[in-house]
Design a binder for this molecule. Structure first.
Ligand SMILES: C[S@@+](CC[C@H](N)C(=O)[O-])C[C@H]1O[C@@H](n2cnc3c(N)ncnc32)[C@H](O)[C@@H]1O
Length: 276
């Protein structure tokens, strides 16, 4: 069962217009980059967690790899299946061990573009990381990108404490970022609970199929990370092969902490003997 706040996040994702978002344009480049960094054979299994409408899974399938896309949004998986009928997709909440009982083990697990960060509860992050570990073959790789907290701090994001001043959220201007551009870094439209590292946004969604309907407003929260923090979350059970600040379409070069929206990590599962 999803908690109320999770249901809102899931609903917002389901209404997101992935294909018109600029940050989804570099799929081929991103897959090329991953394949350059991780030598894979065509028999290796790749799991794309939080695949949304399926762009990375579809590209891997097109190249001949065994890719499996999962997402907890039934609406997004429906679109993925319609768009890419030759690729494999299914509705799975990756946090839930029971849900993932029968998906097996993988050689690479992708969590690209803020799959981690969808939850405000640190316990959910721990569950996701544990699941990545359990579903990787020994020496398997995880490729993860999360939103860089330093970027919005450097841009002067306004902070508050939800615990002490919850009504402050009514001052957030409405944004149509999720339904239009995907630009969820504009500090004018977000409020940061600095202690919790949670960002609050008020997103407005038009019903595309039914334009005469009154648009729906959703209060969306996400978690952003400092580089050292995300590294420390994985360090015990994964070797950090690469960790850097990146911009969309430029994963080759390390970006500046203050000017890069994402942090990209390539991790290798430690075997029992290599765990220190
Ligand atoms: C910002 S989108 C990124 C989509 C995709 N990886 C991409 O790069 O285009 C995050 C996705 O993660 C999915 N997601 C979040 N939590 C999840 C969970 N526990 N299990 C499966 N999918 C999840 C959301 O539904 C959403 O589609």
């Amino acid at each position: 069962m999803l908690k109320i706040s999770d249901q809102i996040t899931q609903k917002a994702y389901s209404k997101m217009q992935f294909d018109s978002n600029k940050w989804t344009e570099k799929t081929d480049y991103e897959i090329d980059y991953i394949l350059k960094k991780i030598k894979l054979s065509f028999t290796d299994r790749i799991l794309d967690v939080g695949c949304a409408t399926g762009r990375h899974t579809a590209r891997l399938t097109e190249l001949g790899y065994k890719a499996y896309g999962i997402d907890y949004s039934p609406e997004l998986i429906k679109i993925a299946k319609e768009k890419h009928s030759d690729a494999y997709f299914s509705v799975v909440d990756f946090r839930n061990e029971k849900d993932t009982d029968d998906i097996g083990k993988f050689d690479v697990i992708l969590l690209l573009y803020d799959v981690l960060g969808s939850f405000v509860n640190a316990e959910d992050d721990r569950k996701m990381i544990k699941q990545v570990y359990s579903h990787l073959n020994s020496n398997g790789f995880a490729v993860i990108s999360v939103m860089n907290l330093q970027y919005i701090l450097a841009k002067g994001v306004k902070s508050f404490s939800f615990k002490n001043d919850p009504d402050k959220i009514y001052e957030i201007p409405l944004s149509d970022a999720m339904s239009k551009t995907g630009e969820v870094f504009n500090v004018k439209n977000i409020l940061l609970d600095a202690e919790e590292k949670i960002v609050y946004r008020r997103e407005i969604f038009k019903d595309i199929k039914n334009p005469s309907q009154i648009p729906e407003e959703l209060l969306v929260r996400d978690r952003r990370y400092l580089k050292e923090e995300i590294e420390s979350m994985f360090k015990e059970y994964f070797e950090i092969v690469e960790s850097k600040y990146v911009k969309v379409g430029n994963w080759e070069n390390s970006g500046e902490p203050d000017n890069s929206k994402e942090i990209l990590l390539i991790l290798r599962k430690k075997t029992n003997d290599s765990q220190g």
